[in-house]
Design a protein around this ligand. Sequence first.
Ligand code: PXG
Length: 290
Amino acid sequence: MSEIVYIDGEFLPKDQAKISVFDHGVLYGDGVFEGIRYYQRNIFRLEEHIERLLSSAKYILLDVPWSAKEIADAVVETCRRNKQDDGYLRLCITRGQGTLGLNPYLCPKPTMFIIATKIQLYPAEYYEKGLPIITAATRRYHAGALSPRVKSLNYLNNIMAKLEAVHSGTLEAIMLDDQGFIVECTGDNVFAVKKGVLYTPPTYQGALRGITRDAVIEIAGRLGITVKEERLTLYEAYDADEFFLTGTAAEIVPVIEIDKRKIGNHEPGPITREIRGHFHELTTVDGVRF
Ligand code: PXG
């Protein structure tokens, strides 16, 4: 499989794509990113991804010298050259090369790179039979430290929670905020279904405003399913009729067990299945074709 990487204006094969060890993205996780999927040559919600990328950059005072259009053109060209109908893109903008020391103003020029590849977060069987998950002891960091809505290159908080999941023999973990409310999983937003109503934590509470989350909320609206953005505790999660995770990389994953409590009938529920079906229809039509 060809894997093409765009770095600062050049398109390179994977093994020739390199960035400096003095790049502050590497040294300090100082940068922002997007994970984007394309389906049958349709880059799903590309404009929304770029909008969120620029919002993240603005928050961290990273001056992006490229317009949304220039970024979109680079993404589209990377897809064209990658010669795959389906794939995953990792679009990153780092603070760029600098010296040792945190001062970002000593980095004169941001680095942009785009990896075109494939991703599978969980083995295929879990999409059919559902995923058991746990709650991590590691809390999602406080918005007063850094807004968790910024999709920054520093994922250590999430990686610590992911390690807990793996150590417990599962693949995913719910992360709570400092007050014990559910925020999201390590790389996915969460939804609970109770008596036909969808519940998801509000983004102001600290969940990333997921592109997939937004799509699910829209689909539910079209299907006449009520969606409530409310704070959720583990009680609501354990007591849910259905529970599922959403993310670009994860797509829509049914959850059948949380901290050993069986969810619903211990199998993917009807609302999860219905929304998943509609989501997959949307992925090939909504976005930018190449
Ligand atoms: N929350 C977090 C913390 C995420 O990182 C989502 C929710 C879902 O958002 P979207 O917009 O994708 O629906 C994410 C998604 C990767 C990678 O390596 C990226 C994510 C998750 C896992 C892996 O590119 N981000």
